[in-house]
Design a protein around this ligand. Structure first.
Ligand SMILES: O=C1O[C@H](COP(=O)(O)O)[C@@H](O)[C@H](O)[C@H]1O
Length: 268
């Protein structure tokens, strides 16, 4: 697993634009090396900020949208079309305006979908969908071998909550302890809505690259804790690592409490 690298941008707008530029390059490179690319999206302010910046970037046309697989790291278990669903928000800011192949867009089920209000069944179905796409050439760690394979995602995006949660893995809730299943139902989340679906840490760690996004003063403590050796049960963001790269993309406000040895000069 990779050691976290930190990049600090002047403010959240610049952070979103720079992250979008990075993502475009990463997707184009993956498509030319392997024919297609796979990205795991995140919800939240910073995740949506990145997607909005991507929608506005002229270089977005360099992406072959028909050869891009999109997955979600977590979902708020709400009815289809609910404005609080991460999928609804991603559609609004970007997905509805680019020529994606609908068969390659993999939202998690809504609470009025085929599994009704059973978030655990919806999570199990998402795990099966991941396994179905993950061929033998895809990555399978010892942990995911027990719970089902997951594709070797090129980039997995994560917003970081002020309490250090990533995806819907909240400190000390059962989901953050999960070592076998790749997707779980989350119940009693401290941030609304209480019922969610989330990739687990073993599934997150199957990604080639994990990028954590945190902007704003309210994220400063979370970034400092997660980057200072905290355990993943108390600080789930600390356990989110990519196989080749773990990148923390911060703005200056979110970087104010980082230990000095982690705070590089502002990149732009
Ligand atoms: O509820 C969620 O929160 C986190 C963080 O969101 P933010 O608005 O504090 O940046 C997000 O990453 C996650 O996908 C979402 O479901």
């Amino acid at each position: 697993m990779s050691t976290p690298q930190v990049v600090v941008h002047r403010d959240k707008e610049l952070m979103a634009k720079a992250a979008a530029a990075r993502l475009i390059t990463k997707i184009v490179d993956a498509q030319s090396a392997r024919g297609s690319a796979s990205v795991v999206l995140t919800g939240g302010r910073n995740g949506n900020g990145l997607l909005a910046a991507l929608a506005e970037a002229p270089a977005r046309d360099a992406i072959d949208w028909s050869r891009l697989d999109l997955w979600w790291g977590d979902e708020r278990f709400l009815p289809d079309g609910d404005p609080e669903r991460n999928y609804t928000q991603a559609r609004e800011v970007l997905l509805d305006s680019v020529p994606l192949d609908p068969d390659r867009v993999h939202p998690m089920a809504p609470s009025d979908g085929p599994f009704g209000h059973d978030a655990d069944a919806a999570a199990e179905a998402y795990a099966a969908e991941l396994t179905a796409v993950a061929g033998p050439e895809h990555y399978q760690s010892a942990a995911t071998a027990a719970g089902g394979a997951v594709p070797s995602f090129d980039v997995l995006l994560l917003g970081v909550g002020p309490d250090t949660h990533v995806a819907s893995l909240f400190p000390e809730l059962p989901a953050v302890y999960e070592q076998e299943r790749t997707v779980v139902g989350v119940h009693g989340a401290p941030k609304p809505p209480p019922t969610r679906i989330s990739l687990t840490l073993p599934a997150i760690r199957a990604a080639r690259e994990v990028w954590l996004l945190a902007a704003g003063e309210d994220k400063a403590n979370a970034a400092a804790i997660a980057l200072s050796g905290a355990g993943e049960v108390q600080a789930p963001a600390a356990g989110a690592r990519g196989r080749s790269r773990t990148l923390w993309l911060l703005d200056e406000a979110a970087a104010t409490q980082l230990p000095r040895d982690l705070y590089p000069p502002a990149s732009s």
